[in-house]
Design a protein. Structure first.
Length: 206
């Protein structure tokens, strides 16, 4: 049976990804600014320019992934509602069958009861597929952000070699590192909420 917390947790996961998207949008702006500065710096910032292209791509990918994950989280919330509705119908049928065993037409309940049982099974399977898809999406996004953490460290080194543009690029490098960390924290919180969802439903966190 779907617990009420499932709907809340799915909504919270969507919220965390919304926040991650907002940070990624800021990261995209930072990358554009970095691109402009490194272009002015010319050869002094050639290494930083390559990093900028990666960060721009990362920001776009993060936004796309976050939006996809958010849509999946919303679908999970909707599916949980449908799952609970079908389960309640099944419980009603079972209660009627157990308490009205001597009713003249009690056998007529068997067909809708079996259909409801079949519907619930399909709902369960669909619900679990959505959960595992969400887990896979979060895992992929976290891998992307781990790469960003490495790149942000490299950007600091490249900034220190940019001559008169060093200070500007160091500020940008710090902003990149901060954005990557913020996105990471939102993804970790989303993962934590997903694990709570799996636990509340007694599903293995595989």
């Amino acid at each position: 049976m779907a617990k009420p917390e499932t709907f809340v947790l799915a909504a919270q996961i969507a919220a965390e990804l919304h926040f991650a998207t907002r940070v990624a949008e800021q990261l995209a702006l930072t990358a554009k600014n970095a691109h402009a500065v490194s272009a002015r710096a010319g050869q002094q910032a050639s290494g930083f320019r390559a990093i900028t292209r990666f960060i721009e791509d990362l920001a776009v990918t993060t936004i796309q992934q976050a939006n996809a994950i958010t849509q999946n989280a919303i679908a999970i919330s909707t599916q949980a509602t449908n799952r609970e509705r079908v389960n309640q119908a099944l419980q009603h049928f079972l209660q009627v069958k157990d308490t009205a065993t001597t009713a003249e037409f009690i056998a007529s309940i068997n067909t809708p009861l079996q259909q409801t049982q079949s519907d619930l099974k399909q709902q369960e399977e669909s619900f679990q597929r959505l959960l595992w898809t969400l887990k896979s999406q979060l895992d992929e996004s976290q891998q992307q952000i781990r790469s960003a953490a490495i790149i942000s460290s490299t950007s600091k080194v490249e900034a220190s070699q940019a001559g008169s543009f060093q200070l500007q690029l160091e500020v940008i490098a710090a902003n990149i590192a901060s954005a990557a960390e913020n996105i990471k924290q939102h993804l970790l919180q989303a993962q934590h909420l997903l694990d709570l969802t799996l636990t509340s439903l007694a599903l293995p966190s595989r």
